[in-house]
Design a protein around this ligand. Structure first.
Ligand code: BG6
Length: 466
């Protein structure tokens, strides 16, 4: 539906951009920081985190660029092993100092800091000691880490995200570390339960320590369309949403497991250990909002029980399998580009949970090189962002309480799957996966475009790129 007299974006809309620590900071073993599981990941072939975009050493220059862009908000994550090199116990003062300076510099530049507590980078020592997210011991260590953050930054930072993309053990298992002696499906549901408990404890502690702050999860969501109007496919799409989205959001916002997912776990003997008090804790933790990372939608069909060797997370035999959507263009990495899917998703989430929503990530990765005159003409990115922002605006007109939008990413950084070969930034970083070059920052065309959008609070969307 298109409105005859649409309203614009809300006043004080948080026009933002995002990054994460291990993808952006570098200095992975500097000033007391120890390795995280991402620094040590052998599955991510391009992910050498030692320098990344060198933000750790250049954050002042980077924030000057954010200021020039006119950013209202900047979402970044804190590196747990930079704050607590042993995962718990002794606090690394240099780590605290770094983020203190970062927050102060952002605020001096009128930029609202949005902190993600956990973005994939568990301290490696905790992985080695007890298996990381597979052990309930991590809940206590995570709670301690949260207390340290809330004590040090709770007065200065209003918006917090607990865990980035909890769904990763299901959708991107290469980002997790599994125990090869336990069936992998069992581990995934177990880790999910433990992460939900850690998220709930973080909120419980937050309410005591940061009474004036706001906190919620940030989830990666790809909504599912039925590949046809055959009832089996429609049902398959609903089930794919249940397993890939509502499993998590119902735990966060309704405090319960979806019945059909629970039955699936029972029938497959993969129910996690749910101890006395767990569901009470999960149910009592009420987030203030939902962060949505949106890149693509999926189309699914009903999948037969007897599919041989289902290797990908995109197939659950007997339930659904992901297929091509012939109506959508794709990125070079095969991600289906679907701005309207974002509007549909925002409306579904709003109808279901009636909560404020912020887009915590949205963007497009591509292979990019500098022109001779040191420019990056990224029209495809402008086009992608423009179309998604138009749908955000329509969602606002539909009644969705959308209070912010963060582009992934503010500056080029290590893509989790493809290093610097896949760039997302509004600002180019002059390096590639083989050569660090001079790491110079160069504004892309999309930087200037987004600046106009922010300056006009979204009004210039109508006038640009016709
Ligand atoms: C999200 C993550 O899943 O997608 C980011 O929160 C990631 O960390 C982004 O970079 C894009 O994925 P990729 O694999 O293209 O880097």
């Amino acid at each position: 539906m298109i409105y005859k007299n649409p309203k614009g974006f809300p006043k004080n809309f948080l026009w933002g951009a995002a990054t994460s620590a291990y993808q952006f900071e570098g200095a992975h073993l500097e000033d007391g920081k120890t390795m995280s599981i991402m620094d040590a990941s052998i599955d991510l072939k391009y992910t050498d985190t030692s320098v990344a975009s060198d933000h750790y050493h250049r954050f002042k220059e980077d924030i000057r660029l954010m200021n020039e862009l006119g950013l209202k908000a900047y979402r970044f994550s804190i590196s747990w092993p930079r704050i607590l090199p042993m995962g718990r116990g002794k606090i690394n003062k240099k780590g605290i100092d770094f983020y203190r300076q970062l927050v102060a510099e952002l605020k001096d530049n009128g930029i609202e800091p949005l902190i993600t507590i956990y973005h994939f980078d568990l301290p490696l020592c905790l992985q080695k000691e007890y298996g990381g997210w597979l052990s309930r011991k991590v809940i206590e260590d995570f709670s301690y880490y949260c207390k340290v953050l809330f004590k040090n930054f709770g007065n200065d930072v209003k918006y917090w995200f607990t865990i980035n993309e909890q769904s990763n053990m299901f959708l991107l298992p290469h980002l997790m570390v599994f125990n090869d002696k336990i069936p992998i499906e069992k581990q995934k549901y177990s880790m999910n339960h433990i992460m939900t408990l850690a998220h709930a404890r973080a909120i419980e502690i937050f309410r005591e320590m940061v009474p004036n702050g706001k906190i919620g999860p940030a989830l990666g969501i790809s909504p599912n369309y039925p590949a046809s109007c055959k009832p089996e496919d429609v049902e398959a799409a609903k089930i794919a949403d249940d397993f890939n989205t509502y499993l998590f959001t119902d735990l966060y916002f309704r405090g319960c497991y979806r019945e059909n997912v629970l039955k699936y776990m029972e029938e497959n003997d993969i129910v996690p250990m749910i101890e006395k008090g767990d569901m009470e804790l999960i149910g009592s933790a009420k987030p203030d909002f939902l962060g949505v990372n949106y890149y693509q939608s999926k189309a699914v069909r009903y999948a037969r029980e007897n599919i041989q060797n289902p290797t990908s997370s995109e197939i659950i035999p007997g339930l659904y399998k992901v297929v091509d959507n012939p109506y959508l263009d794709k990125t070079k990495w095969g991600w289906e580009i679907d701005p309207i899917g974002l509007r549909i998703l925002l409306n579904n989430l709003n109808d279901r949970y009636h909560l404020p929503i912020i887009i915590t990530e949205n963007g497009i990765g591509d292979i990019e090189t500098l022109t001779i005159d040191e420019r990056v003409h990224d029209e495809y990115r402008i086009n992608f962002l423009k179309k998604h922002l138009e749908q955000c605006n329509l969602a606002v007109n539909d009644g969705v309480n959308l209070f912010g939008y963060c582009i992934w990413s503010f500056m080029d950084l290590l893509s989790t799957s493809s290093g610097f070969n896949k760039r997302y930034g509004l600002v180019y970083v002059n390096r590639n996966d083989r050569d660090l070059k001079d790491l110079k920052r160069i504004k892309k065309d999309s930087f200037y475009w987004y600046k106009e959008i922010i300056d006009s609070n979204g009004k210039s969307l109508e006038n640009l790129l016709k």
